[in-house]
Design a protein around this ligand. Sequence first.
Ligand code: DC
Length: 227
Amino acid sequence: MSIVNVVTLDGPSGAGKGTLGVSLAKKLSYNYLDSGLFYRALALAAERHDVELNDKEGLKKLTNNLDIFFQVEVTSIIKLFLEGEDVTRELTLESTASRASILALDFGVRAALTARQRLFAISPGLVADGRDMGTVVFPNAILKFFLTANIETRAKRRYKQLLLRGDNVSLPAIWRQLEERDDRDAKRSASPLVPAKDAIKLDTTNMVPGEVVEAVMNIFVDRGFFK
Ligand code: DC
């Protein structure tokens, strides 16, 4: 188990974990782990190596040999390299996320990726974002948050993000894909998307990102982490 302080942020897509995670890591001078990138990178690797999402043996091999590298830019944008190639853009596609959510059902895949994610818990500390950070990957985290927001808000946030990037997307399609993905993530038997028993729940539906960061920082102060 990790010996440095870990803060976990779990919740469905579009709840605001990523934006909060990056700000929080900056404020605390901690490392930041976007665990979804592992699943997305594996989904892309499977596509490129013609491995079907239900091919357990093929996925096992692929996961064990997954050659990925994270590079954090000064802008805090995380670039991900798969087999030496910058695949950051492909990873943000909603189709990659849907495939990631399908292979995330596999116990073997999860066990291998969990081991790699734990390696991020190094000094001076870690903010980890995902679905099972507080329940499975870092059960001893010092503070656990579970973020939610209603589906309309989450779909609109995701739609705006993709639109700003110049993608050709439709709100109804994004809405449907998010619902399908969240349903799959929450109902799976391997590390389902559920709040840890000791997680603090935060509904961000009516909050802007700055308010979410402020609310979380106030909780840190209340719990005596800062004077
Ligand atoms: O966080 P994200 O949207 O990038 O995640 C993409 C998919 O990866 C998500 O729908 C399910 C899977 N995932 C997971 O099962 N466990 C995690 N800790 C992170 C992501």
